[in-house]
Design a protein around this ligand. Structure first.
Ligand code: NAP
Length: 343
């Protein structure tokens, strides 16, 4: 019997029962075995391959999402967790900015896994189209990919033209470059403010009236732990993100009664290109090897590791869910305990 391997995901009761019955036909898989089925399940043991095909067939017949097909082994055997919570956002539409890679992509995948259609953006078209294709194929949701610089008026206009009335907005953009407090002049601050404060504010202002009129909306801004505890080499980020945080604190409370929530999600150190770039930059200035810098940084994190984009995305998806309707103007820190504070 499957025991704790049984997963119900977020299916309505009838479908869920059907799936649980099917799952209970499977013998248990050893804990140490990692199963990430490829798209037709060829890499699974034979009994799981048969089951995989059966579920695909059933899903095609009864219209379940691709996530509930191909996710069943990954969720149970790579992460060993149960996913029973229905986030209540199936069929909604989200704009996820700066989402071909890293944390934005993590948020996009987590929302897609719960049946949310997406509008993605990034500057480089190639990786963006690859991400969009992967999400369509894996989760079976509609994905529109807009190659643009979200920090420009033109870029934002393109994204909003593709999706003028999103239910969910996840604001994100690349972070400002590191440096010393004496390095930056007016133009550097304006660029950081444009990217990490004024861009999210412009998008919030564009989508908020529609969300309020419809009586439901979720806005999550990806900011940084630097809002809670300044990071010395990221003075531009410290400054710009704090400005956004102040705007959100006031605005979220003015619109909460209309059913729209605005919150910030603060990454600590996550294993993405951005983090690898920062480690490289520290290594260059200190003369250490990059691997040693990473080891040092991780040793300062109570969890002793970097976070993953998947963990970040799952938290974001919860903040976008029906369950998070009473979360207003909050700064949710996801940092493995790195910021050393009681509150
Ligand atoms: P990442 O891995 O470098 O990914 C950045 C993503 O954003 C890519 O898809 C990139 O694609 C896109 N992007 C960057 N600038 C853009 C722009 N102007 N317009 C449209 N798309 C853009 O970065 P990440 O680690 O996910 O970081 C996301 C945000 O979280 C950043 O603001 C970062 O500073 C912040 N943050 C990250 C960490 C961490 O540890 N990872 C910690 C604290 C804060 P293109 O390059 O093709 O545009």
């Amino acid at each position: 019997m499957l025991g704790h391997h049984t997963s119900c995901f977020h299916l309505p009761l009838q479908r869920r029962n059907l799936k649980v019955i099917l799952l209970n036909q499977l013998p248990s898989i050893g804990e140490s075995q990692t199963l990430s089925p490829d798209n037709d399940g060829r890499n699974l043991p034979i009994v799981h391959r048969v089951f995989h095909k059966l579920v695909i067939r059933l899903n095609l017949e009864i219209g379940l999402s691709c996530r509930s097909l191909t996710g069943y082994c990954r969720d149970q055997h790579n992460f060993g967790s149960e996913r029973n919570m229905d986030l209540g956002i199936r069929g909604k539409t989200a704009i996820v900015c700066a989402s071909s890679k890293g944390l934005g992509r993590g948020c996009a995948e987590a929302l897609a896994a719960d049946g949310v259609s997406l509008v993605l953006s990034a500057r480089s078209d190639g990786p963006l189209q690859e991400t969009a294709a992967h999400i369509r194929k894996t989760y079976g949701v509609e994905v529109t990919a807009i190659a643009c610089d979200i920090t420009t008026e033109e870029g934002r206009a393109k994204v909003l033209a593709a999706c003028p009335d999103p239910d969910i907005l996840v604001n994100n953009a690349g972070g400002p470059p590191p440096g010393h407090w004496s390095d930056w002049d007016r133009e550097d601050f304006i660029a950081a403010l444009d990217a990490n404060m004024l861009t999210p504010i412009a998008l919030i202002k564009a989508v908020l009236p529609g969300m309020m009129a419809r009586g439901w909306g979720r806005i999550v801004n990806i900011t940084s732990q630097s809002v809670k505890a300044p990071i010395p080499i990221l003075g531009l980020s410290n400054a710009a993100r704090t400005g956004l945080t102040g705007y959100v604190a006031g605005t979220a409370r003015q619109v909460a009664a209309s059913g729209v929530t605005i919150n910030n999600l603060l990454p600590g150190s996550h294993d993405t290109d951005r983090r690898r770039g920062l480690d490289t930059s520290i290594a260059q200035s200190s003369g250490q090897a990059v691997a040693d810098v990473t080891k040092d940084v991780q040793s300062e994190i109570p969890a002793r590791r970097y976070g993953t984009a998947e963990e970040f995305g799952a938290t974001c998806a919860f903040m976008c869910s029906q369950h998070a309707g009473f979360m207003v103007g909050q700064n949710v820190l996801l940092d493995g305990g790195q910021v050393n504070s009681t509150l």
